[in-house]
Structures are given as C-alpha cells and as structure tokens.
Design a protein around this ligand. Structure first.
Ligand code: IPE
Ligand code: IPE
Ligand code: MG
Length: 270
C-alpha cells in the first residue's frame, strides 16, 4: 500500500487548534490571496516568482483546512479585473501556473480528501486551462472532506449580473412572479448557490478592501486583514485568524450576548 501523504498538524498549528472551541469552528473560510507582487518586489525578484511562491502557500493552507475538517475553503485566485487590467504576459503566466498547480497537486488533494471546484466566468479562460480544471474536478469529485473552491476570472458584480439574467429568464418564462422574488431566489442563482456564506474572510497584504469578491455572500461575514503577504501565509496563520474569529460576537443586526442578558432589555425596540 502506498504511504499516505496526509500529515498531522504541525506543533505550532496544534497549539492553536487546542485553544479553539470545536463547537464554534467556521464552516466556510474565504481568502483574498494578495501580495504576491510585493513579496517579490521586496526581494528584488520578478512578480512571477511571487506568484510561484504564492501557489506553494495555497497547498499548505488547503492541507491545514483538510486536517481541521473545514467543510468549505474558497480562494480568490484570479479576478475578472486581473484578467482585463494586467499585462498579457502576467495573465499568461498565471494561467500556466494554474495548470501546473492542478497537475502537480491533484494526487495530494485526493490523499487529503479534498474536492476542487471553481466559481467565476471560467468559460472565458484558455481552452487548455479549462481542460485541466475539468480534469482536476473529475479526479477529486468523490472526495468528501474540504471543498476547495477557486475563484477564477471571478468578479462579484458580474456574478450578480449572471444571477439577475437567470432570474429574469424565470420571470420571462412565467416560472416566477416578480412580486414573489425573495433573497433565496437571488441566492440560488449565484455561483455559490450550493454553499453556505463565508463565516470568515481573510485578506493578506494589509489592503482594507474587498476588491469585488463575494459581495452578496459576505453580508455578515467576519473580516480579518493581516499585513502578511500571501507567499508567507501558512496554515498556522489561518488558524490564528480562526482563533481571532472565535473571539468575535456575531450579532447579525441583533443585540450582543452581554446586552441581551441585562435586565430591562425587553424594552428595547418599543
Ligand atoms: C495576488 O497578488 C495575486 C493575484 C491577484 C493574481 P498580486 O499580484 O495582486 O500582488 P500585489 O498586490 O501586486 O503585491
Ligand atoms: C484581489 O487582489 C484579487 C485576487 C486576490 C485574485 P488584487 O490585487 O487584484 O486587488 P486590488 O487591485 O489591490 O484591489
Ligand atoms: Mg494585489
């Protein structure tokens, strides 16, 4: 029998994992993987090398997600705006890197029970890359652990455009009445219809912005921004973010737990 490539959590990861409350682990973590160019720039290297190093980080984080049984991990890998606004040479490099990442890591995904999927206007990606993507999805579709979703040629506004087109078609065909449209109807037309909204959104490299990622889905997501650049990000840093997430009080527009228990709060809202 072939030796399993599934590793235990590292000692640093274990130390944080032991401090986590197992009943309050996030179900869905989404990450804006930013800072590859700056990582390379700091070392007087070409941006490409930053992307290459960033691809290494992806696999570390995916395997930590699998070891903590995180059901959903969504990574913003390539935006629609990256595709439109970056030099062709960089875009081509990113496409080749994606193909190589998939070819080299499907075996490890299977060893770690990870299933891979994609969101975004992937039909606009080069044919060879799409073939590789479909191959990786097929090879891992039987896995039941973490679902790794790569956002590729993804933009949240274009996702909403696609969703509204689908919804309008239903109305046009009289399958749905205009006055009956609900939030759920919009949700079921999103690329993410099959998954829960992210509980935690991490952004690396310190930028305090969303950059057109999952705009609908992050309505009540907890946001964690770290100055660490993506190529330096490892599973242990995701666990640190999860520990920080567990210290938050999610209110969804309601009262905080401590206020709720104070006498007299039955008057609130009258
Ligand atoms: C993130 O790194 C990777 C992609 C957006 C493809 P960047 O390439 O944006 O790196 P910075 O932000 O220039 O440092
Ligand atoms: C967001 O990073 C997109 C991805 C990580 C794929 P960008 O580097 O493209 O975002 P901006 O341009 O700084 O907003
Ligand atoms: Mg960037």
């Amino acid at each position: 029998m072939q030796a399993s490539r599934v590793h235990e959590l590292s000692p640093e990861e274990q130390a944080i994992y032991r401090r986590l409350d197992p009943s309050r682990l996030p179900q869905h973590v989404a990450i804006i993987m930013d800072g590859n160019g700056r990582w390379a720039g700091k070392r007087s290297l070409k941006r490409f090398l930053g992307h290459q190093q960033g691809a290494e980080s992806v696999q570390f984080v995916v395997e930590t997600a699998s070891r903590i049984n995180l059901p959903w991990l969504t990574l913003y890998a390539f935006s629609l705006e990256n595709n439109l606004r970056r030099p062709k040479t960089e875009v081509n490099f990113l496409m080749r890197l994606l193909g190589a990442y998939l070819s080299n890591n499907v075996k490890r995904m299977n060893d770690n029970n990870v299933r891979i999927r994609y969101i975004g206007r992937t039909d606009e990606l080069p044919h060879e890359v799409r073939e590789r993507m479909e191959w990786a999805a097929e090879q891992t579709q039987q896995n039941t652990g973490t679902t790794l979703t790569l956002a590729l040629n993804y933009g949240a506004r274009s996702e909403l455009v696609d969703a509204f087109r689908g919804l309008c078609q239903e109305v046009q065909r009289k399958e749905l009445a205009l006055e009956h449209i609900t939030e759920q109807d919009i949700q079921r037309h999103l690329y993410t219809a099959h998954m829960p909204d992210p509980d935690l959104l991490i952004r690396t490299s310190g930028e305090m912005r969303i950059s057109n990622f999952l705009l609908w889905q992050i309505a009540y997501t907890e946001i964690f921004v770290t100055d660490r650049l993506w190529p330096d990000f490892r599973g242990v840093h995701m666990l640190e973010a999860i520990e920080n997430y567990q210290s938050r009080n999610r209110r969804y527009g309601g009262l905080s737990d401590d206020l709720q228990s104070l006498p007299g709060n039955e008057l609130v809202g009258r």
